[in-house]
Write a protein that binds this ligand. Structure first.
Ligand SMILES: Cc1cc2nc3c(=O)[nH]c(=O)nc-3n(C[C@H](O)[C@H](O)[C@H](O)COP(=O)(O)OP(=O)(O)OC[C@H]3O[C@@H](n4cnc5c(N)ncnc54)[C@H](O)[C@@H]3O)c2cc1C
Length: 263
């Protein structure tokens, strides 16, 4: 049995002080990933620093041409938020297809992005919508955030405080959902900002990536037909018990076309 000390700071500063003080401490947000990891003895932190009582990093607001989502906002609150539904409906839809109702009411955007699970939905939105990840220390561009499997640009004593999503002209998200967990076998977010298009892909590789060939074709002609014949190389894609890399490459094209149609 592994013992740890539990802390429930009420401010971000108090959480940061604990994180700096407790060398083997770990932040807990919704606990949806972290608690199973502890149960399986894959992590053994000395201290758990729970962010649940820190109201300053919860909620959604509009700031000019961006929607700002506090790191501790759960998926269900993003889904039902009026601004998200009106201004980035694809993001509301994305959160509605995460896991199940229990996961959506506990799991948070900060926890999801910090965890960088290759099959999580949010990474496609972060890349596709060109979000900025705001921490206690700095602002990290979407393109610099996801490093590799379960690895991000975050430092040990860094807490995500919010994620800023620019409001696109149009956007669409579609995923091929794993029937048991709900995770994305492949998920694609397509977003149009003026004459620029971004395509964020999750589930297919060790970490989320942009499909630049799709982006170039969609900037000329924003329609599913424009990318119909563009193949994604399976070389760097995942093969696992769910499917092969060739099947994932095929799914990236199918999900991208559906996302354009949905946008
Ligand atoms: C059965 C099941 C099904 C799921 N299905 C899906 C799915 O379909 N799609 C999907 O995208 N996800 C899915 N998830 C994942 C879920 O949506 C959560 O987002 C995810 O588990 C992590 O969020 P959390 O808030 O629970 O983080 P936690 O588990 O509390 O933390 C995860 C990690 O992030 C770190 N962390 C947390 N918050 C911060 C922060 N603000 N700053 C820095 N580091 C932080 C923690 O230290 C920890 O390392 C599923 C989970 C379960 C259990």
């Amino acid at each position: 049995m592994h013992n740890f000390d539990y802390h429930a700071p009420k401010t971000l500063d108090a959480a940061l002080a604990l994180l700096r003080d407790k060398e083997d401490g770990k932040i807990v947000a919704g606990g949806m990933t972290l608690l199973p990891t502890l149960k399986q003895r894959l992590a053994a932190p000395s201290d758990l620093i729970d962010l649940a009582a820190i109201n300053e990093i919860k909620g959604v607001c509009r700031d000019g041409n961006e929607l700002v989502i506090g790191a501790m906002t759960c998926h269900a609150d993003v889904e039902s938020n009026g601004d998200v539904r009106a201004l980035i409906p694809a993001l509301s839809y994305l959160t509605s297809v995460i896991g199940d109702p229990a996961v959506r009411h506990r799991g948070t955007i900060g926890g999801s992005i910090a965890n960088a699970d290759p099959a999580a939905d949010y990474p496609a939105a972060v890349l596709g919508l060109n979000a900025t990840i705001v921490t206690n220390k700095r602002r990290i561009a979407a393109d610099d955030f996801f490093v590799s499997l379960f690895e991000t640009a975050l430092e040990r004593d860094e807490i995500i405080t919010s994620v800023r999503f620019p409001i696109p002209d149009r956007a669409g998200y579609q995923k091929f959902r794993h029937p048991a967990s709900g995770y994305a076998v492949v998920g694609v977010m397509v977003a149009k900002f003026g004459d620029k298009v971004r395509v964020g892909v999750t589930g297919a590789a060790g970490s989320a990536f942009r499909a630049s060939d799709f982006e170039a074709a969609l900037e000329k002609n924003f329609s599913p037909d424009a990318i119909m014949d563009i193949a994604i190389s399976p070389d760097d894609l995942l093969t696992d018990i769910h499917c092969s890399n060739e099947y994932r490459a095929h799914l990236v094209n199918v999900m991208a076309r559906r996302a354009v149609a949905a946008a």
